[in-house]
Ligand binder design. Structure first.
Ligand code: DC
Length: 228
């Protein structure tokens, strides 16, 4: 049987990438973190002074320089997924609050989305892929065999994100982390082009009160069902 295409969308910090990586490993599929690609474009814009939290994005500048950006993934020595921008490792640099605070301004630009969606479709063209993001089941792979829409309570999400940042020595208050999550969700759901919305045929997964393992087993049962 042809390998599946698995699309995982949902709100910020709902554990999409954790689930996607677990599934890719178990099934021997490729994992693609589409959010890392938007973060890489935002990181580059930030470095060039083309975006700020308060003023938004200089769309013309960002759009005009998209051809200069080569975004890629590789596995590091520990088998960890790593994002490359023009050949340089930016995995850590794209996950700071500074980038989180501006990424929505960049992710709403239509030329940026067109470019990244085309790249994502190319990466998954042979199936056997687990991709997580906001528009994977609706825009990138509308024919994906399995679509999951993840959500969790604000408190659970903010607690998770804060723990992730703390572990990297990036200390921010819970209020700031929650404010960032909520404002990104709002921007993602309200943007005109490919807003965050559950695909009609997506299975909703609220993981506020289930363990990572329970969630994994549930999704594996969905995969088995589809594989027949
Ligand atoms: O998954 P993440 O939080 O790392 O994604 C970063 C931002 O990129 C998120 O706030 C919204 C945007 N994004 C998007 O618009 N479309 C995607 N497919 C993935 C992410």
């Amino acid at each position: 049987m042809k390998p599946l295409t698995i699309a995982i969308d949902g709100h910020s910090s709902t554990g999409k990438s954790t689930l996607a990586k677990q599934l890719a490993k178990e099934l021997g599929y490729v994992y693609v973190d589409s959010g890392a690609m938007y973060r890489a474009v935002a990181f580059n814009a930030l470095q060039n002074g083309w975006v700020s939290k308060e003023q938004g994005a200089l769309a013309d500048q960002i759009n005009a320089h998209l051809d200069d950006l080569v975004i890629d993934f590789e596995l590091d020595a520990d088998g960890k997924n790593t994002t490359l921008l023009n050949g340089e490792i930016v995995e850590e640099a794209i996950r700071t609050m500074e980038v989180s605070n501006v990424v929505s301004h960049v992710a709403k630009l239509v030329p940026v989305r067109r470019r990244l969606v085309a790249l994502q479709q190319q990466m998954g063209e042979n199936g056997g892929v687990v991709m997580d993001g906001r528009d994977i089941g609706t825009v990138v792979f509308p024919n994906a065999e399995l679509k999951i829409f993840m959500t969790a309570s604000d408190e659970v999400r903010a607690g998770r994100r804060k723990a992730e940042l703390d572990a990297k020595g990036q200390y921010h208050s819970l209020e700031d982390v929650l404010e960032n999550l909520k404002s990104r969700d709002k921007a993602d759901m309200e943007r005109a082009d490919s807003p965050l919305i559950a695909a009609e045929d997506a299975r909703t997964l609220d993981n506020s009160a289930i363990s990572r393992e329970e969630q994994f087993q549930l999704v594996l049962s969905w995969v088995s069902e589809l594989k027949g």
